[in-house]
Design a protein around this ligand. Structure first.
Ligand SMILES: *Cc1c(COP(=O)(O)O)cnc(C)c1O
Length: 433
């Protein structure tokens, strides 16, 4: 599309937006506040707020009987709803625990499926928590040498592919040559948290399978932002959080996917009663539940679970293809405005230029990025976030971000730099950036 930099053009894009009406399904207390952090914590869907009140009332009236009504089965029931967003047939997705814990469970399961191999391939663009979990797994698998900060203990090791272009995109050739007959598992973020680089899931999965490795995708930054086809891509495992584009609320439980064909051999490393074949038989010995349920451990945060269940409705109603279509237009427009209005002020793009290789957030870089971000939040009513060393990260959530907001945020950012408003902020980082 041929964009132009006027404010009227943004209005025109909003008028033509098929998804515009979805914004009214979210709580918006201050219409002048431009929220560009829906990729970290999604806005509150009105339906989720109502569901939480109702759930609290049920807690009061149903008491323990609530488990038999709608609580006990919620991990699989809500899992099936998420399955529709990630291209998974029934019986393969559950909601439970946190992303980091689900990563641990699925990585341990994958490593046990390939005991003769020892290597995990990942990349430097991955979310640090994912890398820490992998390091812990390697250490646990080779307990005889428990010291040092190395990424290798014994024959188990992590191969981390670096980026060749300042953390915008991965080195795909290095990735392909790193995967070999010693590789147990390839695990990557489908969309990387800093630059928003989008991996080609089908091609990478196929490449790894050709060499006999399993593949685990972290969907945190892609689920709810773009269509995903786990079954069609033959993914082995996937995990993801639900408080970003799925709008489940702070600390809402995460999900995990295990491909149907692996479920009977794969085991969770955490054997809890929720993953037991018949939890209420209270057998003294563990027998894994058939299917995906064996990846449950213990009691789940039901209030958050029910909030999430309601939060998913607007996404299912809008459909992931329409959401992706608007997301691409939003990020293309933002990049156009950044090139036109901000590049002359020293900003550069920290995300891929091709929409095919980009998720729904865009990073723009500036040597004063940290202080500009502070000024945007503290005095310009714009909430992006900051990622080291110099990325201002702008998350565009198609269900509620408008083109007018994109225009306005770029204009406010221009004013922060032109008027040198950032200079009064200290360079020291706040705890949560
Ligand atoms: C947000 C995010 C996480 C979060 O992990 P939690 O256990 O939910 O705190 C993990 N991985 C990636 C890629 C993320 O973007």
């Amino acid at each position: 599309m041929n964009f132009n930099p006027s404010r009227d053009f943004a209005r025109q894009l909003d008028t033509q937006d098929e998804l515009a009406s979805f914004r009214s399904q979210f709580v918006i207390t201050n219409p002048d506040l431009i929220y560009l952090d829906g990729n970290s914590l999604g806005r509150l869907p009105k339906a989720a707020a109502e569901r939480v009140s109702a759930a609290v009332a049920e807690w009061g009236s149903d008491l323990i009987r609530g488990w038999n009504k709608r609580w006990w089965d919620s991990p699989t029931r809500v899992g099936e709803k998420i399955a529709r967003l990630v291209g998974a047939g029934p019986g393969q997705v559950i909601v439970s625990d946190s992303t980091s814990v689900n990563l641990y469970k699925t990585v341990m399961a994958a490593m046990a499926l390939h005991p003769q191999r020892g290597r995990i391939v990942t990349d430097a663009l991955n979310f640090p928590s994912d890398l820490y979990v992998l390091q812990g797994v390697i250490r646990q698998l080779s307990p005889s040498t428990l010291h040092g900060k190395s990424r290798a203990w014994g024959r188990h090791q992590i191969v981390r592919i670096e980026s060749q272009d300042g953390d915008v995109s991965p080195d795909l050739d290095a990735l392909a040559s790193a995967v070999d007959e010693n590789t147990s598992l390839v695990t990557l973020s489908h969309v990387t948290f800093k630059s928003g680089y989008l991996y080609e899931m089908a091609a990478i999965t196929e490449m790894a399978h050709r060499k006999g490795a399993l593949v685990l995708w972290d969907l945190c930054h892609s689920v709810g932002a773009l269509p995903i086809q786990l079954d069609r891509c033959n993914a082995d495992f996937a995990i993801g959080c639900t408080y970003k584009y799925l709008n489940g609320g702070p600390g809402s439980p995460a999900f995990l996917y295990v491909h149907r064909d692996l479920q009977e051999q794969a085991l969770s490393p955490i054997w809890g009663w929720w993953g037991q074949k018949s939890p209420f038989a209270f057998d003294l010995d563990y027998t894994p539940a058939p299917g995906i349920k064996r990846f449950l451990a213990g009691s789940q945060p039901i209030l958050s679970m029910l909030a999430l269940e309601a939060a998913l409705d607007p996404l299912l109603e809008a459909g992931m293809d329409r959401i992706r279509c608007k997301s691409v237009l939003l990020t293309e427009y933002l990049i156009y405005l950044a090139d036109t209005l901000l590049a002359p002020l020293g900003f550069t793009l920290g995300s891929p230029r091709t929409p095919d290789r980009r998720g729904s957030h865009v990073s723009i870089r500036h040597p004063e990025g940290y202080r500009i971000n502070r000024a945007l939040i503290d005095e310009m009513n714009v909430i992006p976030d900051f990622r080291e060393p110099d990325n201002i990260r702008l998350g565009l959530a198609p269900l509620y971000t408008t083109f007018g907001e994109v225009w306005e945020s770029m204009d406010r950012m221009r004013r922060v730099v032109e008027d040198r408003r950032f200079e009064k902020y200290p360079k020291e980082r706040l705890t949560v950036t």
